[in-house]
Design a protein around this ligand. Structure first.
Ligand code: ADP
Ligand code: MG
Length: 552
């Protein structure tokens, strides 16, 4: 049967509009009675022809008139009787009171009945309400709730209201409960349609689940290894994590953190977990991890609490990056630097040694020509001494660390050096005072090398005090280190000299070698220690040497 012949207002086109799918809820604000009739007839005839279940909620007069008009249009008795005619006064009960819950329940039950039979259902409902029985607010709420019921039932519903009887506020409120709005000649999507009330909670859950899936996917595909760890147990590891640890199954859940981190870092891990519980921010840390194949990996780890309340939920997120390449690069840089330093040093040594050699060569030439004076021999001796000094200072540098390393008492070594140098110092009116805060500060070292450090620094101090004074040398434990402080009252150093300290052959003295401090830095560095220098011109200098302590 042709549909179009019977559709009076194709613009409203309740049958043709493709965006109108089943489950559409249309608010019809009518003003012209004739057009109202055209539209309702169009709705009903199209429904009958499409073999939809048609439900009409209208006044009893309208229902009778509808029967007549359908009959005139050629619909058979059987077809007409297939329509469910409901008196809207009875349905909405508005002549007594508007009982929203009952109306909603009836609406749902009556439509559900047909929907369950598998019939596409279309409902035309001329909403009957009376201002005395039902306030506008109630009506708005009713339509929103009805929308929530109709949507899952996939019913195609038109709710008609007399536009003249409705305030602007009510029509806006009604638009919130309908996906579409229709006038006598127009049909459009409702721009005020809101889904707050009609969204069943299950739907929100679905969206949450979808978000969770989305984030999981994102984390899984991240290039850095991501672990979720709870109570030292991995609960989740992403793709990159499994790849990094060479885990073939890809499943890292239930693996203990203790098995993937090398043992020497277990204490560090415990400390960091404690810090995390105290809500302290953790910096990146370098550690070593073990892969499933037993290789050791250098990694950098960032840790973040997963829950805001870390006391209740101890889950943390670890983001781990392999620093294997960076480490290799660092090693190479250090090696290159060492080589270039060796090159620099060789050039400086050649320069330093060539000067005395040139003068010695000159004197030998004089001796050959028999014009040598006795005084020249003294100069030759001095020049040879200088070469010897340079050679012996350099020897300390070249000595391998492995020789005679023992646990040594720092206080004893420093006191020995002070006594040794005291006799020379007295001649310069200098008093070297030794002080030890606590007996028994031990370090693991070669005593000769560490004494050399003290000698070089105290010698420099005496050379800096032309007018005499006091040099204070003291030892004290400082955490896991031993601290040696050597303080003088000498001329001090300006910034430009301080910056050059430790450079080979940098000296401000006429007969200086400029090797003493370089030797000191080198030795202390070998033992994992540091030297700090503070100096004030014309007041004095403080050398602070820090070396790792050895419990004995
Ligand atoms: P040298 O003693 O042969 O000059 P060093 O390496 O021992 O070489 O010292 C380098 C330079 O550092 C010295 O020439 C001097 O200028 C400066 N210096 C070192 N220690 C002190 C100090 N205690 N007071 C002032 N200057 C110092
Ligand atoms: Mg010196």
């Amino acid at each position: 049967m042709e549909l179009t012949n019977d559709i009076m207002h194709p613009k409203v086109a309740l049958t043709k509009n493709t965006e109108l799918i089943s489950g559409t809820h249309i608010l019809y604000l009518y003003s012209n009675w004739d057009k109202y009739w055209d539209n309702i007839l169009s709705f009903v005839t199209a429904g009958l022809k499409l073999q939809h279940q048609v439900i009409l909620l209208e006044s009893s007069d309208m229902l009778a008139e509808m029967r007549k008009r359908l009959f005139i249009r050629g619909f058979g008795q059987e077809q007409i009787e297939s329509i469910v005619f409901v008196d809207h006064r009875l349905f909405y009960g508005a002549h007594q009171s508007f009982d929203m819950e009952t109306v909603l329940k009836t609406l749902k039950n009556s439509i559900q009945h047909y929907v369950e039979k598998g019939l596409p259902t279309r409902v035309w409902s001329h909403v009957f309400w009376h201002k005395d029985a039902c306030c506008e607010k109630e009506l708005k709420l009713y339509e929103q709730k009805a929308d929530a019921i109709l949507k899952p039932l996939n019913a195609f519903t038109v709710c008609s209201y007399n536009a003249d009887e409705i305030s602007a506020s009510l029509s806006m409120g009604l638009m919130k409960g309908h996906s579409h709005v229709m006038t006598d000649d127009e049909l459009a999507a409702s721009m005020y349609y809101k889904s707050e009330l009609k969204t069943p909670s299950l739907f929100i859950e679905d969206r949450l689940q979808e978000k969770v899936r989305h984030y999981k996917h994102l984390i899984n595909e991240m290039p850095d290894a991501v672990f979720f760890v709870s109570d030292y147990q991995i609960v989740y590891g992403n793709h990159a994590a499994a790849k990094m640890l060479k885990c073939e199954t890809g499943d890292l859940s239930n693996v203990s953190a203790w098995t993937i981190f090398c043992e020497e870092y277990h204490d560090v891990i415990r400390q960091r977990v404690k810090k995390l519980q105290l809500k302290e921010k953790l910096s990146l840390v370098e550690m070593k991890m073990k892969t499933y194949e037993g290789d050791i990996l250098d990694v950098e780890i960032g840790v973040f609490p997963f829950s805001l309340d870390i006391e209740k939920d101890s889950t943390a997120i670890l983001i781990i990056r392999s620093i294997q390449e960076r480490k290799a690069h660092q090693q190479l840089t250090i090696k290159t630097e060492k080589l270039s330093l060796a090159g620099q040093l060789a050039a400086s040594i050649a320069h330093e040694v060539r000067n005395p050699l040139t003068s010695i060569k000159g004197f030998i030439k004089l001796a050959r020509e028999d014009v040598m004076q006795d005084a020249y021999y003294t100069i030759i001796e001095e020049e040879i001494d200088r070469i010897e000094t340079i050679a012996s200072e350099l020897l300390v540098l070249g000595k391998p660390m492995s020789v005679e390393v023992d646990v040594c008492d720092v206080g004893k070594m420093l006191r020995d050096v002070c006594i040794l140098l005291q006799s020379q110092a007295v001649m310069r009116k200098i008093d070297i005072q030794f002080h030890s805060a606590e007996p028994g500060c031990f370090i693991r070292c070669n005593a000769g090398q560490v004494k050399q450090v003290f000698i070089n620094i105290i010698k420099n101090a005496t050379e800096a005090m032309e007018d005499g004074g006091i040099i204070r040398a003291s030892v004290r434990p400082d955490g896991e280190t031993v601290q040696v402080i050597i303080e003088d009252e000498g001329k001090g150093m300006p910034e430009h000299i301080l910056q050059k300290l430790g450079e080979p052959f940098y000296s401000t003295k006429e007969d200086g070698t400029g090797l003493g401090l370089m030797v000191c830095f080198n030795i202390v560095e070998q033992y994992g220690g540091t030297i700090r220098i503070e100096s004030i011109v014309d007041e004095g200098t403080v050398f602070t040497i820090q070396l790792p302590a050895e419990s004995s």
